[in-house]
Design a binder for this molecule. Structure first.
Ligand code: HEC
Length: 147
């Protein structure tokens, strides 16, 4: 019974992923919210987020580095020319200093690949204004009509 239930969950997950966008590393945003506790010491996200030790991270996935208004970035970050795509974030969150030499983000990096995937999924749940984005939904896509 337990086995059958587990199997059907795996199948269901497979179907959901299969129907979505081309598979990016599929993190779990809810687990990512926990991982984000490590970031929260320095970063705010969500409605009303303010710059702190680090810049606001609303809408950071896909954003160019060093452009959040009112935040005083290091030259290293500003001149990096980086766009924070999922791929770049994967490397940066593992080892910030090796992607942006001389960054003032004093964070050693996340060790576990699942933590990295999950926290990126969490970052993607906020749009540039800090409003919630439905996980997996394209930004402009309307919610499916409930029939
Ligand atoms: C100890 C404080 C600290 C912690 C912890 C921290 N950061 Fe940062 N972060 C910073 C600072 C400071 C910057 C600005 C870097 C610069 O200007 O060189 C930054 C920059 C960034 C940027 C680039 C933003 C931009 O607009 O260019 C991203 C993305 C980021 N952090 C994500 C994270 C995530 C995700 C976590 C948690 C896994 C995290 N940070 C943890 C301090 C921190």
């Amino acid at each position: 019974m337990k086995f059958a239930l587990g199997l059907s969950l795996v199948t269901a997950a497979g179907l959901v992923m299969g129907s979505g966008l081309p598979a990016a590393a599929a993190g779990d945003p809810a687990a990512g919210a926990n991982v984000f506790q490590k970031c929260r010491v320095c970063h705010q996200i969500g409605p009303g987020a303010q710059n702190a030790v680090g810049p606001v991270l609303n809408g950071v996935v896909g954003r160019h580095s060093g452009i959040y208004p009112g935040y005083s970035y290091s030259d290293a970050n500003k001149k990096s020319g980086i766009v924070w795509t999922v791929d770049v974030l994967q490397k940066y969150l593992k080892s910030p200093q090796s992607v942006v030499h001389g960054t003032k983000m004093m964070f050693p990096g996340l060790q576990k690949q699942s933590d990295i995937d999950n926290v990126i999924a969490y970052l993607q749940t906020f749009d540039a204004k800090g409003n919630p984005v439905k996980p997996g939904a394209a930004p402009a896509a309307a919610a499916p009509a409930a029939k």
